[in-house]
Design a protein around this ligand. Sequence first.
Ligand code: GCU
Length: 332
Amino acid sequence: MKRFKIILICSLLAFLVSCSQLQAANSGQTLLRLAHNQNSEHPIHKSLTEFSTLVEEKTGGNVKVVIYPNGQLGTEREIIELTQTGAVDIAKVSAGALENFEGTYSLFNLPYLFDDKEHYYQSMESSVAEEIYGLTDEIGFIGLTYYDSGVRNVYTRQTPVMTPEDMRGLKIRVQPSGTAIRMIELMGGAPTPMDYGEVYTSLQQGVIDGTENNETALTSGKHGEVAKEYSYTEHSIVPDILIISSTKWGRLAPEEQDAVKEAAEESTQLHKKLWAQETESAIEEAKKMGVNFSYPEKEPFKEAVMPLHKQFENNPETGEFYRKIREEADGS
Ligand code: GCU
């Protein structure tokens, strides 16, 4: 089945590549294929569409971004791999997925790393993030910008999670990320890593008891149809990252690179506002779907995951970045 899927994606890509090369050859325009895993109603798709418009405007139409949403070109892992080979030019993926390609990205998956949204925005717009974006050039891609993907909370089919004890025995889906797996273990649950695209069916069939994500997953991802208890553990703020293939980047003229980078950063700012509005709407819509929202005390969850902080501080890959981010918050 997996082999069939890979062959199908490769044939589709070969077709798309030949079409886009033809078109590009005709018009002298460079086409950039951008893949992501959310549907076209999701706020991230709207912000990526804005990115695409800005790129076209800023390059006077010389560079055009074509978006493939809905995971139609593959899971996050697959589209990162396709970006490495240059079959996909740009991908919007979670830092959770990037952790498997460059360990430093695991930092952004660390629970309770950021104190609040302000601290998160400040860190993501500092030299720390910019340095991390460059680390993957050798393995075929670089980061361009980040997008707010909300605060992640635990939600289950029927059990509100008010304390770490409530997590005991619950199978909780996590992103395929070592940090997320360890986090749920420390919080008391049984982590089940899987791709985002499989979560709805797994909740429906009871393969998992719950998962953790932002509120848009309840509505746009339809999880709220089957998961009725959303608990604000507010354990992590994992950014989405926009990555571009190093080969494609190298082929853009310096002024085109500047335009793409600027467009990316501008769309990040626009996305912040859109995200806030759409999160509010998602909460209202989820309530209508019968989802109940609870507000547990966060301290016991924070205490439970503190061993991970020590580990990140002592790890040579993440230690320096971890300290810089924490110093901002602690004011030292
Ligand atoms: C967020 C993120 C997605 C990711 C998903 C997940 O919604 O924006 O990129 O796939 O989390 O939990 O896998």
